[in-house]
Write a protein that binds this ligand. Structure first.
Ligand SMILES: [Zn+2]
Length: 213
């Protein structure tokens, strides 16, 4: 099973890449591990939209999206809340990114790392897709290598080289939306990994390769 792994140890099924042409050019997308029943045409449509709106080229993102983007978080471990505009006038807001880095720190060790701005973009798209403007409840954001090693030793569900260690993953709940709704919306976005953990009551999303478990 492909866990939330950032390294070569992730045993993904052999997939193939597809080149999708968008208004802004040609974008290479991966078609691996789409176990959610997406048809090829629908997948390519979603992928093309993702390429067109993606942050791989800030110029593209600026052209495609305008206006302020806000994210609101509530950490279930620290009971801290944060609501901040992380994108405005075509740019990420540095002070807001720093606030989010702190909010999503490793709560066990206090270690702070830069969170991948693409993850924030993913969360914002998830909120938009679900017409959800409440707080994102955070179970886990950044994990220091020390914390991740400790968790990996305790559970088979924690990858040794998790995207959490790279600031590219978050485990969340959206109060008022079921886990399955969150999972399906994340799968439809097709912008990274989506892990479904109903027993632990959260959905994992990351900005790694598109895959699901
Ligand atoms: Zn996770």
């Amino acid at each position: 099973m492909c866990q939330d792994t950032a390294g070569a140890g992730c045993a993904r099924p052999a997939g193939r890449s597809t080149f999708v042409e968008t208004d802004q050019g040609v974008c290479r997308v991966s078609q691996e591990n789409h176990g959610d029943g997406l048809g090829r045409r629908r997948f390519l449509g979603l992928a093309a939209a993702g390429c067109a709106l993606g942050l791989s080229g800030s110029r593209i993102a600026e052209a495609a999206v305008s206006g302020a983007r806000r994210l609101s978080f509530y950490s279930l471990h620290t009971s801290e809340a944060l609501s901040t505009v992380f994108w405005e006038s075509g740019h990420f807001v540095p002070d807001a990114l720093a606030e989010i880095d702190w909010h999503l720190r490793d709560f066990r060790t206090g270690d702070v790392r830069s969170i991948d701005p693409n993850l924030l973009d993913l969360l914002h798209r998830l909120r938009t897709r679900l017409a959800y403007d409440g707080q994102i409840h955070v179970i886990s954001g950044y994990r220091s290598p020390k914390t991740n090693a400790m968790l990996a030793a305790q559970s088979n569900g924690v990858a040794k080289n998790s995207f959490h260690v790279h600031g590219m993953a978050i485990d969340i709940q959206l109060p008022g939306r079921t886990l399955d709704e969150v999972r399906r919306a994340a799968l439809d976005l097709a912008r990274g990994g989506v892990g479904y953990y109903p027993k632990s009551d959260f959905v994992h999303v990351d900005t790694g390769p598109v895959r699901a478990w």
